[in-house]
Write a protein that binds this ligand. Structure first.
Ligand SMILES: [Zn+2]
Length: 320
């Protein structure tokens, strides 16, 4: 499943995937012929090297944890770690077990994309066990501040952990290892629904870009598209589809800029919302056949090896 190096900054002119593969095959064939004739280069060894890269070897990893209906995503870059969201309260044990399986005892960043319970539900359970150095949330207007117990526990936990606490908006940035993280949304503090306050993070690592979109809906996608400075930043190798694959998100105009090669959808088995919605899957299928869904495939791990410039994706599978 090794994929070619991608060029995140090359604008809108992505070639159809099959054409790329044909060109690549021709180049490989020519190189192989030259190498065999000169005896200086072995494509077989090079190909083998690509296939030998494992998750553990990869400097950059994204783990979309199978947490049922909600989001919780671990991003690791050069040994630094960020957990984006903590799903519902019922998912806390799963998240802690998963972090334990990755030998994670503390975190550099805890991100709350927005204040809904399927994104901050296990915030207290996870972060009283595993301390984050920083907590990041979006800016949003006071009238949207939740009055829920979940939100009270969220605030209590931030105070208990003593983490540095920041509200970010479009244009802000920070680093995770050698990954450069840019906030693309919220563009303003005026979003009228919590979903559209979602922090949208663009993570660039070496030659690849990953986009994490929380529960952003089409309205906020349009706001991002209207912020012209963002347009060159949207093209992404990996996309965490917005709002669990709902038809409120992943609009065609937005996807036409993102042009994802790999997509992960985080949602629960037989969830009451019908996520992911078929029309959304159809929109995604225009761009890629590499769409992975936690409800069907379990934990989804996307990883990138800097030396071989190869992207891979693997899944845990579901227990029957
Ligand atoms: Zn959600």
């Amino acid at each position: 499943m090794a994929n070619q190096k991608t060029d995140p900054g090359s604008g809108l002119s992505r070639e159809p995937k099959t054409k790329n593969k044909i060109i690549y095959a021709v180049v490989v064939a020519i190189l192989s012929a030259v190498a065999l004739l000169t005896g200086r280069y072995s494509m077989t060894e090079e190909s083998q090297q690509n296939q030998d890269v494992t998750v553990a070897d990869a400097e950059f990893q994204v783990h979309v944890i199978d947490v049922g209906q909600g989001d919780s995503i671990l991003v690791c870059a050069d040994g630094e770690t960020m957990l984006i969201d903590t799903a519902e309260s019922s998912a806390g044990t799963k998240i802690l077990d998963y972090l334990d399986s990755q030998n994670i005892t503390d975190l550099d960043y805890a991100v709350a994309t927005h204040m809904h319970a399927d994104h901050i539900g296990s915030f207290q359970k996870v972060f009283t066990q595993i301390k984050p150095a920083h907590v990041i949330e979006p800016v949003y207007q006071d009238s949207l501040t939740p009055t829920t117990k979940t939100y009270e526990r969220y605030l209590d936990t931030i105070e208990q952990t003593g983490a540095e606490y920041q509200s970010l908006k479009a244009g802000d940035s920070f680093t995770l290892g050698n990954a450069q993280i840019t906030v693309l949304a919220p563009v303003t503090e005026k979003a009228s629904s919590l979903n559209n306050t979602s922090l949208v993070l663009r993570v660039q690592y070496d030659d690849i870009v990953c986009l994490f979109t929380g529960d952003m809906e089409v309205q906020e996608e349009k706001t991002i598209l209207g912020n012209l400075e963002n347009l060159g930043l949207l093209k992404a190798t990996f996309l965490k589809a917005g709002h669990h694959g709902s038809d409120t998100s992943s609009g065609e105009d937005f996807l036409a800029q993102v042009q994802p090669e790999y997509v992960a959808v985080s949602c629960g088995v037989n969830n009451k919302y019908g996520h992911p919605v078929q029309s959304t899957l159809d929109h995604l299928a225009v761009w890629t056949d590499q769409v992975y869904i936690t409800a069907q495939q379990g934990d989804i791990i996307f990883y990138y090896d800097k030396d071989t410039k190869s992207c891979n994706i693997t899944t845990s599978g579901k227990e029957s």
